[in-house]
Design a protein around this ligand. Sequence first.
Ligand SMILES: [Zn+2]
Length: 276
Amino acid sequence: MIQKIIFSCLCTMLFTSCLHPNYYENVDGDLTKIATWTIEDGQLGKATILNDQLEKQAVDSIEQIWSKIKAILPQKVVNTYVKEFVLLTDGPSETLAGVAPIDETNQSWDFAVDPQDLPQGDYKKEKDFVHTLIHEFGHIITLNNTQIEPSDLEYQTDENRYLTTEGLAKENSYINLFIKEFWYPNNRLIEWDKMDRVKNQDKKLRKLYSFYQKYETAFLTDYAAESPEEDLAESWYFFVVKDKPTTNFEKDKKILFFYQFKELVLLRKEIRSAIQ
Ligand SMILES: [Zn+2]
């Protein structure tokens, strides 16, 4: 997990659209946690203020911030999985928001935002912010305990089940089906896995960017090429906000992939009406 966190922090150097690393823990000193709140049934509960010198205004208006975020995302899913809200900062830009499972069961998640990057006024009108929220929500619906189970495996060994940072993907989970369709063919997963193991971070980023350029018609954004998990979350975002594609590139098929799941089509509808 550590390697992935470090990479997420560094990838902004190359992947310019990367404002939303999946994991945001403070591994290289850039991120400071300001405060956390427990969440019960979507309502903010007990606060733990970790740094009372920072972002006092955001802490004071936390109810407002949380309700603006909640207004965009489907309540039922948020209420089921999101159990902690976190304010953290790395200064303006870079990390905007992130999600992470609270423990290895993947049953409960925290949702973090950087108050320095929160839009002024109506959140729904800020395209980048809405993109980030929907992308992060995509991680929650594809990596929670109904999708992934804890595993002691350290490397990808089972051809039929993808090993994520969070554990082993269930056979019919969204991510497993997505990878079977788009990452196993042509050994793309093997090609990516090799790059993912490169120890030198600069080299790794260069390789990943070349990977994106090589398969540009397969990825919806450069950030999607970072990993299968990011590819899925980015494809989910475009599934939500775009109309059904009429062209037939691999990146279009990644959007069409989601239409086979009725529950995801319903979530799409819910988000689209929330952001109109
Ligand atoms: Zn992500």
